[in-house]
Design a protein around this ligand. Structure first.
Ligand code: NAP
Ligand code: ZN
Length: 349
């Protein structure tokens, strides 16, 4: 027997999202059922719904920045009790047996991990459905605790945008006396500014949008560069690391040229077209062009605790479920300051 659950999803790449019914599994001993309170809208939800990367299967229910409350617990659950706050990001299962799973890097699981939505469910079969939904069932090992000092709606984006920027910032040593660049002030980029600042780095942000340039200091950036302005780009001091959050094709060579010797441009954005790199731009100065994918479960807990300690949350526009299509259209145009979050009780109201 399965549980019929209300959700918001799409039946084709060209179709708008609509209310649909999905089935959630009954609880296994290690599962928790979470009543979803808030879910952020990430550009990856839009890429997947529109099949930008290929491989989307329909119906598709996006959503991977989930904050909610534990509604039921399986018989062996030990980490949570009914009523606890809980968070779910991208990862809902992995092999638990490879080196990367053992090291808490489930996102690099050698045997393939299960994404919270639009992913074959290796254990239970079928396809996973994400957080644009009233409830979700997840193994407690892939659920994190949400500190109750955080504002819940604006904390939801930490589950993807936050961890996706925190993990590489930490890996590449962002901190005091480091110059860190951030490209793009969207959901990921604005969290990267706040988190890199909280780590103690000197932050320069690169944006194509004048109104966001005007707002960047308020978000915490030390320096702002309008990347379409050639003079501003060439006057920019050299950076230790530049985190690239851009969702569409763009020129990364301009940023490789803004690195110190041994510096790195690290991409987390996932444009659906290949990017070109001139060999001279990395050879000269022993520079790297790297990437990073979200972060593991333990590190997701770590970034939530870090954000609670430093009082970092997203700047959000809270929307009703009926506004999801409008939010997708605006996200496509970069017209959001800086993350849409769905108030999930409006799905069932
Ligand atoms: P977003 O809110 O739409 O932000 C993307 C930003 O990129 C825009 O706000 C804009 O910033 C800039 N941009 C967009 N198109 C551009 C263009 N043609 N040229 C230059 N800049 C452009 O998206 P998001 O939710 O932050 O996600 C960003 C990307 O990261 C997406 O591709 C998403 O799929 C990917 N992602 C990856 C991971 C991972 O684990 N690696 C996790 C989450 C998301 P300005 O207006 O400031 O220029
Ligand atoms: Zn995401």
């Amino acid at each position: 027997m399965m549980n019929i659950t209300k959700a918001f999803g799409t039946k084709a790449a060209e179709a708008p999202l609509k209310p649909i019914s999905i089935e959630r599994r009954n609880l296994s001993p290690n599962d928790v059922e979470i009543e979803i309170l808030y879910c952020g809208i990430c550009h990856s939800d839009l890429h997947a719904a529109r099949n930008d990367w290929g491989g989307s299967t329909y119906p598709l229910v996006p959503g991977h920045e989930i904050v909610g409350r534990i509604k039921k617990t399986g018989s062996k659950v030990s980490k949570f009790k009914v009523g606890d706050l809980a968070g779910v990001g991208c990862i809902v299962d992995s092999c638990r047996d490879c080196d990367h799973c053992h090291h808490g890097d489930e996102q690099y699981c050698e045997n393939g991990w299960t994404v919270v939505f639009n992913s074959p469910d290796q254990k239970y079969g079928g396809t996973t459905y994400g957080g644009f939904s009233e409830a979700i069932v997840v193994d407690e090992n892939y659920v994190v605790k949400v500190p109750d000092t955080l504002d819940l709606a604006s904390a939801a984006p930490i589950l993807c945008a936050g961890i996706t920027v925190y993990s590489p910032l930490k890996h590449w040593g962002a901190g005091p006396h480091k110059k860190i660049g951030i490209i793009g002030i969207g959901g990921l980029g604005h969290m990267a500014i706040k988190i890199a600042k909280a780590m103690g780095a000197e932050v320069t942000v690169f944006t194509t949008t004048q109104s966001k340039a005007d707002d960047a200091n308020r978000l915490g950036a030390d320096h702002v560069v309008l990347s379409t302005d050639v003079a501003q780009m060439s006057n920019c001091p050299k950076q230790d690391m530049i985190l690239d959050t851009v969702s569409a094709k763009h020129d990364v060579n301009a940023y490789l040229n803004l690195l110190k010797v041994d510096g790195a441009v690290v991409i987390v954005g996932l444009p659906n077209q290949p990017l070109e790199i001139g060999a001279f731009n990395v050879v000269n100065g022993r520079k790297s062009f790297s990437g990073s994918n979200i972060g593991g479960i333990a590190e997701t807990q770590e970034v939530l605790d870090f954000c609670a300690e430093h009082q970092v949350t997203a700047d959000i526009e809270l929307i009703q479920a009926s506004q999801i299509n409008e939010a997708f259209d605006r996200l496509e145009k970069g017209d959001v300051k800086y993350r849409f979050v769905i108030d999930m009780k409006t799905l069932t109201a």
